[in-house]
Write a protein that binds this ligand. Structure first.
Ligand SMILES: [Zn+2]
Length: 205
């Protein structure tokens, strides 16, 4: 089964993507929160407009709880002070395709589900099993708060699982994730929809 992507034809004939996969939802089940609660929006982030409306510049990144952050990302800026691993990941809202840079960290009570059954964030990155879930609730996206996201690429990876317990960056894990390819395919699809004669030319050749 395709992991979590379908393409729908929305109002006005414009195709758009939607995230709606049972397997993705299962990965995000937290404690006794059921996947039905997820559908009802239990995992959506609040919009934190009490913060964003008081600060003129846009946030640089978003933490593990979808909170807007304005300093440079780094392991000491995480919400989770017990983190042993962290990554900054580029994602895109599955409704409007707006890009965000978001943080992952483990271990953490509410956060392990973001890496599925993997034993570490590093393993999840290598297996393409890193899932942020709903994107940050920002930018007046009509659907994005509950729409899931594309997990595109790892921008930074840090671990303190070493003898000195100090944060070390490992660029070998700063790689593209499986959704990147799907995102490119959808971008081409969008161009084809907007310029139907391209499809005609493809069929002739
Ligand atoms: Zn959006």
């Amino acid at each position: 089964m395709p992991r979590h992507l379908t393409v729908e034809r929305g109002a006005g004939g414009v195709k758009r993507s939607r995230a709606k996969c049972a397997s993705l939802t299962n990965l995000q089940v937290r404690g006794n929160v059921s996947s039905i609660d997820k559908v009802n929006g239990a995992d959506m982030f609040t919009d934190y407009d009490d913060i964003t409306e008081r600060i003129a510049e846009p946030p640089k990144w978003w933490d593990e709880y979808g909170v807007p952050r304005y300093a440079e990302y780094g392991p000491y800026q995480l919400a989770n002070i017990y983190a042993q691993e962290t990554a900054l990941v580029e994602i895109a809202c599955s409704a409007c395709w707006r890009h965000f840079e978001v943080a992952f960290s483990i271990p953490g009570a509410a956060l392990q589900e973001t890496i599925g059954k993997c034993g570490s964030l590093a393993e999840a990155i290598q297996k393409g099993e890193v899932h942020y879930g709903d994107p940050p609730n920002y930018g007046n996206c009509r659907d994005g708060a509950s729409m899931g996201c594309y997990d595109i690429r790892v921008l930074q990876y840090w671990s303190r699982a070493n003898e000195k317990h100090s944060w070390l960056r490992d660029s070998r894990l700063e790689i593209e994730l499986p959704d990147a390819r799907e995102m490119r395919r959808l971008e081409v699809e969008k161009i084809v929809v907007n310029f139907p004669d391209i499809r005609g030319r493809q069929q002739i050749s």
